[in-house]
Design a protein around this ligand. Sequence first.
Ligand SMILES: [Zn+2]
Length: 210
Amino acid sequence: MSTLHKTNPTQSSSYIVDSGDYFITTLSAGQTLKIIDLEGNQAADTLFYNADNPVERYSATDTIATQGAVYLTEGSRLMSNQQRCMLTIIEDTCGRHDTLGGACATESNTVRYDLEKRCMHACRDSWMLAINEHPEYGINKRDIGHNINFFMNVPVTPEGELTFADGISAPGKWVTLRAEMNIVVLVSNCPQLNNPCNGYNPTPIELVIA
Ligand SMILES: [Zn+2]
């Protein structure tokens, strides 16, 4: 996280995260996390854990089943693999967020794009680096599971297929989440260059914790 820097250390904490970097921290129950898509069409690949018991983690299937909808937006309750609400989306100026597409990985890059893409940096690499550099959070490789791709547009077609489409976000759009329990949040700001999830132009995001 060498490129992270606090921009407003007074009432709330604000961090700029470059594409290809990660951000990991804890939120206390009741705190809010605002994620700002500074330049538009970026993807923030995000994992959530119960800070007091990291085997409890975000579950896309429990979240989708609970709300009866595949996209996430204002009002969505983000559920854990133990069917408890971890966070609630309380503001959303983007409109919807993906939790079906998964995170980019060197392996999936070779399948989706080309064998030679294997050497390109991917979100899963950033997550692995984060949990190795921060063993204090108690997260290991087996805990990396479902994620949310904030600002990413992955429409489900009438045929039931997933497509990675040009973004619906725009510069300055944001989403705010309220922690309903003590949370570890791990964000990879996506460096993907092979699909339009970030407009083929990965850009920084801002995180504000209040
Ligand atoms: Zn990615």
